[in-house]
Design a protein around this ligand. Structure first.
Ligand SMILES: Cc1cc2nc3c(=O)[nH]c(=O)nc-3n(C[C@H](O)[C@H](O)[C@H](O)COP(=O)(O)OP(=O)(O)OC[C@H]3O[C@@H](n4cnc5c(N)ncnc54)[C@H](O)[C@@H]3O)c2cc1C
Length: 407
């Protein structure tokens, strides 16, 4: 733990639900549990970085989209859009809760080859069937709508401007956490360092804190983001395929601003760019996308000059003259197995629950996933939306449930 960390002790010795990690997923689970009249248990949320400086949540780009390749991810995001835009109603009309509109500039996927174009065509048909407003655009359509984009190499685009764009993800997270606390969840600034199982190895009996205390639990939720595999390892679960992967974000200004909002445009190189209030934001992964140490946030300063800026300037000639304002490094909680969330119980240690592996789209998924896991804890089944496709068993049986629309 970092120097100056404030340790705090829990008020009780046993909690019905212990949540390891108090960022957006952990707080969403706590909030949805406490919002459900059928739940009357106790909740302890343990967070090793209570300033939330390093978690994925704080380093996110905070966008939401309907353009996924799996139907369930479209439905999960549709609930995310409903939740964020009606946060105050969901929180009982509390007038302190802000309105959080989505800035609907949309995502624009660009295909430069037939394989990618066919994938966009298939995805658009699926998204439309799920009620999303995705449209396919010819290069001419793109030019007409966004005259500043160079599309000579592009054969197809796909765009949705309904419930798709930027949202105030940190405000949503702040309110989930604040409201969960006000409704009775206890948040602890501490770190879970070990777990003890019962003799049969079928239940986690207790967690041990960095300060030495042992706390008994009914259910334990792994909401540890990029550190999820380490937390699973504490229960003897060795096969959680979630790892920290670096992602680089850049905010820049343009000498000549574009004539209209730039959608979150996914270039065929994988580099993405979008409007960010009066500025612009771009993002990329490193050339070698390997897992990293969870404490490694070192920048690679050459990436901006050598990799990102040339792509920006080629796609938008007006971006020849831009100025980097700030940049940061964040970690995806990357599921290397199939890039989809892992949700619900472990097959053998049945009171150990996963909410992990969001692979770059976890902020928008937190409402549906938090609600789903709370239903699982209370009722032993998903009630609002069937999330069983995300079950951990698919890892054990090596049956991937792949999401290809990962940015
Ligand atoms: C650059 C970047 C851009 C992104 N853009 C988007 C986007 O546009 N839209 C979107 O939907 N998603 C996006 N994401 C993904 C999204 O931010 C994450 O999927 C989501 O925030 C994961 O939330 P989490 O609560 O699971 O994990 P985290 O936010 O990482 O939280 C996990 C918490 O667990 C704590 N913890 C870990 N181990 C322990 C322990 N042993 N004891 C106690 N506490 C522990 C950590 O300190 C941390 O606070 C982006 C991510 C990055 C990095």
């Amino acid at each position: 733990m970092s120097a100056g960390q404030v340790f705090a002790s829990p008020s009780g010795k046993r909690y019905d639900v212990i949540i390891v990690g108090g960022a957006v997923q952990g707080s969403a689970v706590a909030w949805f549990l406490l919002d459900n009249p059928d739940f009357n248990g106790s909740i302890l949320v343990i967070e090793r970085d209570p300033a939330y400086e390093f978690c994925s949540t704080s380093r996110s780009n905070s966008c939401i989209r309907q353009q996924f390749g799996c139907e369930i991810n479209i439905l999960v995001s549709r609930f995310g859009a409903e939740f964020v835009q009606n946060l105050r109603q969901f929180m009982g009309g509390d007038e302190r809760v802000p309105h959080l509109p989505i800035r609907n500039f949309g995502y624009l996927y660009l295909a430069a080859d037939e394989n990618t174009a066919n994938a966009l065509r298939r995805a658009q048909a699926l998204q439309q069937a799920c009620g999303a407003g995705t449209r396919l655009l010819t290069p001419g359509d793109i030019r007409e709508r966004y005259p500043f984009l160079a599309v000579d190499d592009i054969i197809l685009g796909s765009l949705n401007t309904r419930d798709e764009g930027y949202f105030e993800g940190m405000a949503m997270f702040d309110w989930l956490r604040r409201s969960a606390r006000e409704r009775g969840a206890e948040y602890l600034a501490n770190e879970v360092v070990a777990m003890t199982l019962n003799r049969a190895g079928t239940d986690v009996e207790s967690v041990t804190l960095a300060t030495g205390e042992t706390i008994a639990c009914g259910t334990v939720v792994n909401a540890a983001g990029p550190r999820a595999a380490k937390v699973a390892g504490m229960a003897g679960i060795g096969e959680l395929p979630v790892e920290p992967r670096k992602r680089f974000s850049y905010v820049f200004s343009a000498e000549t601003p574009l004539s209209r909002d730039l959608p979150l445009t996914i270039d065929p190189t994988g580099i993405h760019m979008r409007s960010d209030s009066a500025h612009y934001l771009a993002g990329c992964k490193p050339d070698r996308d390997d897992p990293v140490d969870p404490d490694d946030f070192d920048d690679q300063p050459e990436l901006w000059e050598e990799k990102v800026w040339p792509v920006l300037a080629a796609r938008i000639p007006g971006f020849e003259a831009i100025r980097l304002i700030r940049s940061w490094v964040g970690h995806y909680d990357y599921n290397r197995f199939d890039r989809n969330a892992i949700l619900g119980p472990h097959g053998e240690i049945t009171n150990f629950l996963f909410i992990n592996g969001f692979s770059g789209h976890g902020l928008q998924q937190a409402p549906a996933m938090g609600r789903g896991l709370s239903e699982w804890i209370i009722h032993g089944e998903y009630r609002s939306l069937d999330l069983s496709a995300f079950a951990f068993d698919r890892i054990v049986h090596s049956i991937p449930f792949a999401e290809d629309a990962v940015i």
